[in-house]
Design a protein. Structure first.
Length: 72
């Protein structure tokens, strides 16, 4: 996953956790606006989430942030 997407995803996870607590879940769609203005980044996140890590549609934000921070 490109560095800019990693930083953005970590920021989104951190924000969600701060607002809703450690139990908050999210999908990779949370990293994007409601319009598809960056399809290449959306597909990159989808591949990382679905193909590479075989994650469920919704996962805990703390888990996703930890995975990204660890470079997975």
């Amino acid at each position: 996953m490109r560095d800019s997407l990693r930083r953005h995803a970590i920021a989104i996870c951190t924000d969600k956790i701060a607002k809703k607590g450690d139990g908050v879940g999210l999908s990779f769609y949370a990293f994007f606006a409601n319009k598809n203005d960056t399809p290449d980044a959306l597909m990159e996140a989808a591949r990382w989430w679905i193909e590479t890590h075989k994650l469920d549609h919704f996962e805990k934000a703390v888990k996703i942030r930890a995975m990204i921070e660890a470079g997975e």
